[in-house]
Write a protein that binds this ligand. Structure first.
Ligand code: UDP
Length: 316
């Protein structure tokens, strides 16, 4: 019986990847983080690296060479905010296509369990609501979000094809909007923008009329879901939505952030970006049945923690 497991976390210096690394370290794993740091930050791994159980390989996942054989491979490496993947479209497409291929080969060679983090973006601008895993989506295959949406769809296909053709132990999770400490203040996501604008006394930039909806999951809940999907036995070949089904409009989110930060700066209307989905809400019944998982952190509690984190960054 093995006494210590080794996990590879690609994108380990990123927002979700670094929280996952911390959690795996707490479980006693040896964690190898691989990150090219284009959107990740080494500081996110300060605690994990000082524990002596984690190491960081600063390299592109399409080129990494490993000296040890991991037991688990969590593939999270990819720019993930809309401005980030539009700034790095080819890197995004490559991480989710060539990168996924390389990691699946590695998993196959060393018999590791594999988890691919996909996205609610595979549903595009959905015609079915809330979105179940069985829904095929409504994606613009050549639009400005397609470097992300389509490469994630490709990564899903490849993972499932490795399961079907090579009997790999792979699974896919579709991550819906997630927020919390360690989101880069300038990543351009709605939660980070709104909180940082509020704390700076600036009006919150609402794109369009703010009636578009999203459902926001706190990062600790998301990490628990990702681990459950990896460590639960019956998940091989499964595709599982992970997210918080509490849906609200962007305008309601703005009002919540203004009230929790005590800002009186109000909102400022900006142009709605191209292909911005009008609605989004996960159906998480499959995660409930298969993983006994559901989010526990309320939006208010999560926002308070995230606001406290950004406040701490502002201190001299
Ligand atoms: N959004 C906004 N103001 C901002 C940033 C985003 O109104 O400063 C909107 C955006 O148009 C979208 C929603 O908030 O409808 C969520 O955007 P985000 O980029 O966080 O995630 P995604 O679009 O990938 O769900």
């Amino acid at each position: 019986m093995k006494t210590q497991f080794t996990s590879l976390v690609t994108g380990g210096a990123g927002f979700i990847g670094s929280h996952l690394t911390d959690s795996l370290v707490r479980r006693g794993h040896q964690v190898i983080c691989a990150d090219n740091l284009i959107t990740g930050k080494k500081e996110n791994l300060t605690d994990a690296l000082s524990s002596g159980q984690a190491t960081l390989i600063e390299a592109d996942i399409t080129e990494i060479e490993l000296k040890v054989k991991p037991d688990f491979i969590f593939h999270l490496a990819s720019p993930a905010s809309v401005p980030d993947y539009q700034k790095w479209p080819l890197e995004t497409a490559r991480a989710n296509s060539v990168g996924t291929w390389r990691l699946l080969e590695l998993a196959d060679a060393c018999g590791a369990r594999f988890l691919f983090t996909s996205t609610s973006e595979v549903y595009g601008n959905p015609k079915e609501h809330p979105q179940k895993e069985s829904y095929w989506g409504n994606v613009n295959p050549v639009g400005i979000r397609s470097c992300y949406d389509e490469s994630k769809r490709f990564g899903e296909m490849l993972t499932l094809e490795y399961v079907r053709s090579k009997h790999a132990d792979g699974r896919v999770v579709r991550i819906f909007n997630t927020y919390g400490p360690r989101m880069r203040p300038d990543d351009g996501r709605v939660v980070s923008n709104f909180i940082n604008q509020s704390l700076a006394g600036l009006p919150l930039t609402v794109y369009g009329n703010g009636s578009q909806t999203r459902s926001f999951c706190y990062v600790d809940d998301m990490v628990r879901g990702i681990e459950a999907a990896m460590f639960t036995d019956q998940t091989t070949g499964e595709v599982i939505n992970l997210g918080n089904p509490q849906e609200l409009s962007v305008l309601s989110l703005a009002e919540k952030v203004l009230s929790l930060t005590g800002s009186g700066a109000g909102t400022a209307v900006k142009k709605l970006p191209e292909d911005d989905p009008e609605i989004r809400c996960p159906d998480i019944s499959k995660a409930g049945q298969l993983l006994s998982w559901k989010p526990e952190v309320t939006l208010e509690e999560g926002l308070r923690k995230t606001i406290a984190y950004y406040r701490s960054l502002m201190k001299p």
